[in-house]
Design a protein around this ligand. Structure first.
Ligand SMILES: Cc1ncc(C[n+]2csc(CCOP(=O)(O)OP(=O)(O)O)c2C)c(N)n1
Ligand code: SF4
Length: 275
């Protein structure tokens, strides 16, 4: 089956989303599961157009609501591999509560957050991860707020798989996504993604991103020290890789036990009624 669609790609030339699209194509081909068992859930934004360019079952959600939608899909059919594409604006502004709760629940879905550090489709407003002083449509004199660190947020929300990739490192990103999709719990993959038109940080990212080695994936302390190595400021190196990975019962598996119990109770009730 052809992975490409006939839809004309409207991303700006040079956009980091092309690298993520390339990585996800490799992931789908290498995952080894039937393509009909994969569901892509997209948000709203430049990032979300990715599902238009992939011939895979997908669901266009509302802005900031894609994670809740994905959780519902996974709950209804736990056999599916559910992958969310979401921007930093949707994940950390409009939809931040969904992100925190999906992590807390350890929902067995994968969230790929395209981090271009602003709202791109609406032409460059600041988000929770925009640098202080960033000038844009909603901050003509520069943002007066400091960015949050989303990976720190994920660690404190008890996400069981936390990682970071870069759209220009396609092979590395492909491996991260495969690892995240195969993880039996909530996997969060932040992807640094330059927005060429409104916040072109490609040189900054090329100079700073490096593949970090983490031998202690189950250590929160080690994860925090890697996560804190770069704090969304304009200095230092930016580590890439898996920072944290632990096994814990996931939301859908736990919920299914209750559903099975419920079914048994209902069956007993039916038997009583009929006897
Ligand atoms: C609830 C809601 N708020 C605002 C919008 C307008 N809106 C559409 S796309 C977008 C920007 C998306 O930014 P982001 O999520 O960071 O994704 P990007 O475009 O950067 O990939 C906004 C604000 C909307 N559609 N719905
Ligand atoms: S506006 Fe930015 S994020 Fe959107 S397609 Fe263009 S370069 Fe990519």
């Amino acid at each position: 089956m052809k992975l490409e669609t006939n839809i004309i790609n409207t991303w700006c030339p040079g956009c980091g989303n092309f690298g993520i699209l390339q990585a996800i194509k490799l992931v789908i081909n290498e995952l080894g599961c039937p393509k009909e068992n994969i569901v892509l859930v997209s948000d709203i934004g430049c990032n979300s157009k990715i599902v238009d360019y992939l011939n895979i079952n997908s669901f266009y959600s509302l802005h900031g609501r894609s994670i809740a939608t994905a959780l519902g899909i996974k709950l209804a059919n736990p056999e599916l591999k559910v992958i969310v594409f979401i921007g930093d604006g949707a994940a950390l502004d409009e939809g931040i509560s969904h992100l925190i709760h999906a992590a807390k629940r350890n929902s067995n879905i994968t969230v790929i957050m395209h981090n271009n550090r602003l709202f791109a489709l609406t032409t460059g407003q600041f988000t929770a991860v925009s640098p202080k002083d960033m000038k844009g449509k909603s901050t003509p004199y520069g943002s007066i707020e400091n960015p949050i660190n989303p990976l720190e947020l994920m660690l404190s929300s008890n996400a069981t798989f936390i990682s970071r990739g870069y759209s220009s490192k396609i092979d590395h990103l492909k491996k991260l996504i495969i690892d995240g999709v195969n993880h039996q719990g909530f996997s969060f993959i932040e992807v640094m993604q330059p927005c060429i038109s409104f916040f072109n940080n490609i040189k900054f990212l090329n100079e700073r991103c490096y593949e970090a080695k983490n031998e202690k994936l189950d250590s929160k302390e080690k994860a925090m020290s890697l996560i804190k190595e770069w704090n969304y400021d304009e200095k230092g190196k930016i580590p890439l890789g898996v920072f944290y990975k632990i096994n814990k019962p996931n939301f859908e598996a736990e919920a299914s036990k209750h559903i099975t119990k419920d079914k048994k109770i209902n069956n007993l009730k039916c038997l009583k009624i009929h006897s």
